[in-house]
Design a protein around this ligand. Structure first.
Ligand SMILES: Nc1ncnc2c1ncn2[C@@H]1O[C@H](COP(=O)(O)OP(=O)(O)OP(=O)(O)O)[C@@H](O)[C@H]1O
Ligand SMILES: [Mg+2]
Length: 247
């Protein structure tokens, strides 16, 4: 397992947001954290990222316990729903940001930014500012910015929540392909079960701070582990989608 959460508990002012959370994500896999609003998805992501500290339990990345390692040293890239781009920086400068922090040379930065612009098919848009882009283009820049420092783990918190349904569907297919191409282990938060089933290798279902089930999309549709999963998952609708994905 590349990432492992072992017996994680986390409370905020007496409210338990994570309860005995256990799961693992294999190297190179794309996992979806799926669950209702308030079920603790963002809390899990923030702890992996080092933005919050668990009260107990171990967070393992690549076999190393990282609880005491600052987020900036964990080799993680982020894409958040409202993690806005820097408004007064061009697309290219946004993508370069993490490389500047790492004090890479000018030449290195230029060539890496070029590579990433190409990866997200925005070669001609490097000089634009965020307000001159569509929502989907902005999220592609956010994705390129997160990947620039070559993270080993990519965390995405509802990256497409603010984008309309049609573009969103295109973007998630695009994202899956990109992540596959780059080969980066990724954890993706969503409360949209179609999105989870369509993109993820592993689906992790959260409810009231607990993990209800960890399985493949097929597992959660055909072999729901708990009553909650049975009620929560619209198996009929998802079967139709999976048939499309397989075919
Ligand atoms: N900093 C905090 N202080 C107090 N309570 C918090 C804090 N962060 C999260 N919580 C609480 O923990 C619970 C889980 O929150 P979390 O943000 O992880 O949910 P979520 O599954 O990401 O929900 P959504 O789908 O709405 O984003 C919620 O009840 C929330 O109010
Ligand atoms: Mg959230």
């Amino acid at each position: 397992m590349y990432v492992e959460m072992r017996q994680i508990n986390k409370s905020f002012d007496g409210f338990q947001a994570s309860k005995d959370v256990n799961f693992g994500v294999e190297k190179g896999h794309l996992a979806a954290l799926l669950g209702p609003s308030g079920s603790g998805k963002t809390t899990i992501l923030r702890m992996i990222a080092g933005l919050d500290k668990p009260d107990s339990g171990d967070i393992m990345i690549n076999g190393v316990r990282v609880n005491e390692i600052p987020g900036s040293k964990r080799g993680i890239g982020f894409v958040f729903q409202d993690y806005a781009l820097f408004r007064y920086m061009t697309v290219a400068d946004n993508i370069a940001f993490g490389l500047e922090v790492q004090k890479k040379s000018k030449g290195e930065i230029k060539s890496r930014v070029g590579e990433l612009l190409e990866l997200v098919s925005m070669q001609d848009l490097g000089k634009r500012y965020p307000h001159q882009l569509s929502g989907g283009q902005r999220q592609r820049v956010a994705f390129a910015r997160a990947l620039a420092p070559d993270p080993q783990l990519l965390l995405l918190d509802e990256p497409f929540a603010a984008i309309d349904a049609k573009v969103r569907r295109e973007l998630r297919t695009w994202l899956k392909e990109m992540i596959g191409r780059v080969g980066v282990t990724s954890i993706f938060v969503t409360h949209d079960q179609e999105e989870a089933v369509e993109v993820a290798d592993t689906v992790i279902i959260t409810n009231h701070g607990k993990i209800e089930q960890v399985g493949t999309p097929e597992d959660i549709c055909r072999r729901p582990a708990t009553e909650f999963v049975t009620d929560f998952i619209d198996a009929k609708r998802l079967e139709v989608m999976m048939a499309g994905r397989e075919g």
